[in-house]
Design a protein around this ligand. Sequence first.
Ligand code: EPZ
Length: 428
Amino acid sequence: MDKLIIKGRNKLYGKVSIGGAKNAALPAMAAAILTSGDVRLSKVPHLADVTTMVALFENMGISTTGYGGTTTDATSGRSVTINTSRMNTYEAPYKLVKTMRASILVLGPLVARYGRARVSLPGGCAIGSRPVDLHIKALASLGADVSIEHGYINVTAKRLTGAKIVFDTTTVTGTENIMMAATLARGTTIIENAAKEPEISSLAEQLVNMGARINGAGTDLIEIQGVDQLHGCSMDIIPDRIEAGTYLIAAAAAGGEVEVTGCNPRHLDALLFKLNEAGIEYSETADSVMVRRNRDTWLKSANIKTQPYPNFPTDLQAQFMVLLTQGDDTGIITETIFENRLMHVAELRRMGADITVENNVAIVRGKTRLMGAPIMATDLRASASLVIAGLIADNVTEISRIYHLDRGYEGMEEKLSKIGAQIERVKA
Ligand code: EPZ
């Protein structure tokens, strides 16, 4: 397994360009199941999770070209054209779903288009149990017959019927699954307590481009009027706000001056507010954010509480924790979304961080000089936080199990090297 070797304490100067959002590309691909027409997605990131979705589609007989599909290898293009005309199964098998839980996003489209689906339950995940009970209950409310057998979700429905869905918990992929399913249901569906992430709004825009009738995406109340069929479309994937936020935090921690380009600053307001509170200077244009910091002074400490969009995203919590070790006092992090998303604390402690965890609260003491050490990535965003820690630590940090990182960050070591980091990937 590959490792990353980082020699810390370099300031960072230059530009980092942001790719398409993983969490927008995955639902955008699933939406192609709703039509027999071509769905052409551009600005698609080259990431392990997208490659897994491509593999799932090819396993189902869905053609994907331009992204390591049947016609080209995985290094070509930044676009993928998806067509379901030769789809030959309604099943998403465990061997693929267990490696990428967002595979659950094919459930709603399969039932809506074909009246049936057999999708493996995703199973556990490092950051939490992450059940899909809300997806299942909502599909049943739309008139589907659902049974769970041998670890699979079996769903049938003559035709889904619009209904009022009220999610107990705000769920991003749950909202996406039901919004997609409702586009072909008979009648109108109302989703209350809907997730408001930018990825929901971009999926709704794509579905409308395909002929769906949707109002309210981006608010907590979405109305979908079912239609009989959808057609193909072309769509750009929106910039990855979590990738952008990760590099902004890295620049704030390491010091220097870095411009993150090709992003949407409006998707980063909660982070920018906290960076400002921590004493970080930043400026922005319509599609970039510049961070500058004289690393020789401690930051001001800040407290964060992860909550659904537009509040502070759980996907930037681990990264921000590293920044708080450089504060002038104690910072408190409350993780409210996932029950086990503080595993990076143990690894940061090995680098000298002084962090105490009580249930879902981490108390991060500042004024800490981190020391390089051999450490291990445990999940996608934790691995990004360990890279940031390596960038600011004395001496050398060696990070193993970086396959976690490759799920959500394209070419991180190249992007960081270009702005002055001493980082290399060592093939194991
Ligand atoms: C999406 O996951 C993202 N993944 C996650 O990003 C992100 O952390 C998460 O939303 C929260 O913002 C994709 O979009 C592919 P949820 P999702 O359903 O949809 C509970 C990353 O690093 N819940 O919004 O799976 C759940 O356990 C990944 O890019 C139920 O109880 O998250 C959690 O506590 C990690 N039952 C809360 O809701 C359900 O049926 C929010 O989860 C569904 C969810």
